[in-house]
Design a protein around this ligand. Structure first.
Ligand code: PLP
Length: 406
């Protein structure tokens, strides 16, 4: 079981005040705070161990390379992947999905081909596919969620037709907290010969993963939500898809030889990692994932499930507030609106005055907002360091907002 007070002590920012009130940080879905070990690792990497990676023959370059390359194995362990050469290091999910769009999808799709998506995808898992729609005439096929925000895996499988070339689906909605049964989708899609890309940006934070068992073709994660630095991340690409994928960016480190007339690429995964990478960010991500594995992903999940149940109970007591996403096994992510005229931005401003940080707006999920016929919500998203007392602080601040706007 997680000792939440001990976890909190690992995160220096949690002891600060905001607007004269203790910080209640509930914007973890956007980005999580960093434990001291990650902050120390970043400082150490710059202060004592910094040089460019891969190219040098000197001590510091070798040390930085060893630290940086060591993260590939940490990510593989975290994701439950035996072969770490299937892990491509990058700056986060947006880069990962764009790489798949440019390097794998574009060369193999043509006018009339289809990509199946759920309506609750983040823009990072929508806009790259719109590029294919705009530039190559690829059709996007949308699968709706039901009134609780659940995605029926069979509906996704049924949407796969003879022209479908890819299914791209989130593992956990950043707005609704809905968990998606990606395993059933992957099995069904593979039975029809169609690969599946899973956006794991949110899921990787909240649940243990075993990608070798899951069987996804692509699985994207982003470091800053995983208690690591911004500008870090990775995408898992199954070795069969790696063999099919073309490099997305050209430059140093992804080549073996370059002449005036030809280029010979490096082997994967380096083939897909052009240019000087986010060296320190990636080193920080490795430390963050080790930290999470030290807490135990099962323990984090169990703690957040308790917080979810408590928050469901307390928010459910507010009969002037509507929560979007009500599946029973959802993650502790709550998007809500206050009945009446109060706009989400105004509500979040009042909460901020009480030290409670939430996000307000569309949460980069335009099609979902359209589906729900809502222009904006406030979103409170919980992490391993949040407490039931912070749920209470959220409720108190919401009551104040309701008194002001109600
Ligand atoms: C579900 C989901 N996918 C993708 C992203 C994009 O991640 P990044 O901006 O770190 O690339 C986010 C971030 O909010 C997200 O929540």
């Amino acid at each position: 079981m997680l000792d939440v007070q001990k976890v909190r002590a690992d995160f220096p920012i949690l002891s600060r005040e905001v607007n004269g009130k203790p910080l209640v940080y509930l914007d973890n879905g956007a980005s999580a705070q960093k434990p001291q070990v990650v902050i120390d690792a970043i400082t150490c990497a710059y202060a004592e161990e910094y040089a460019n990676v891969h190219r040098g023959l000197h001590y510091l370059s070798n040390l930085a390379t060893e630290k940086y390359e060591g993260v590939r194995g940490i990510i593989a362990k975290f994701l439950g992947v035996a072969d770490e050469d299937q892990i491509i290091l990058n700056s986060g999910t947006t880069e990962g999905i764009n790489m798949v769009a440019y390097g794998w999808a574009m060369p193999r799709m043509e006018m009339g081909d289809e990509i199946v998506l759920s309506v609750m995808e983040h823009h990072a898992n929508i806009v790259p596919w719109h590029f294919l729609r705009e530039r190559q005439g690829v059709a996007l096929k949308w699968v709706d969620v039901d009134s609780r925000g659940a995605l029926d895996p069979q509906k996704v499988i049924d949407a796969i037709g003879p022209k479908t070339k890819l299914v791209a689906v989130t593992h956990l909605s950043n707005v609704l907290g809905t968990k998606v049964d990606v395993k059933t989708i992957i099995d069904g899609a593979h039975a029809k010969g169609v690969p599946v890309l899973v956006d794991g940006s949110q899921a990787a934070v909240h649940m243990p993963l075993n990608l070798d068992e899951m069987g996804a073709d692509f699985y994207a994660i982003t470091g800053h939500k995983l208690y690591g630095p911004s500008g870090s991340g990775a995408i898992y690409v199954h070795k069969d898809r790696l063999a099919e994928m073309q490099p997305f960016m050209g430059g140093g480190d992804m080549i073996r030889e370059v002449s005036k007339d030809a280029v010979i690429y490096n082997d994967a995964p380096m083939k897909f990692e052009a240019g000087t990478p986010g060296i320190v960010q990636t080193i920080g991500l490795g430390v963050a994932l080790d930290y999470m594995m030290g807490l135990g992903m099962e323990n984090i999940a169990a703690h957040e499930d308790r917080l979810r149940d408590y928050a469901v109970d307390r928010l459910g007591g507010l009969n002037w507030l509507t929560v979007q996403g009500t599946t029973p096994d959802k993650a502790a992510i709550f998007s809500f609106t206050l009945d009446g005229a109060a706009h989400a931005h105004d509500v979040s401003t009042i909460l901020d005055k009480k030290g409670v940080a939430v996000r307000a707006g569309q949460h980069c999920c335009g099609p979902l907002m359209e589906h729900m016929q809502i222009t904006a919500t406030c979103r409170a998203s919980f992490a391993a360091y949040n407490t039931e007392a912070e749920v209470d602080a959220l409720i108190d601040a919401l009551e104040l907002a309701h008194d002001l706007f109600g």
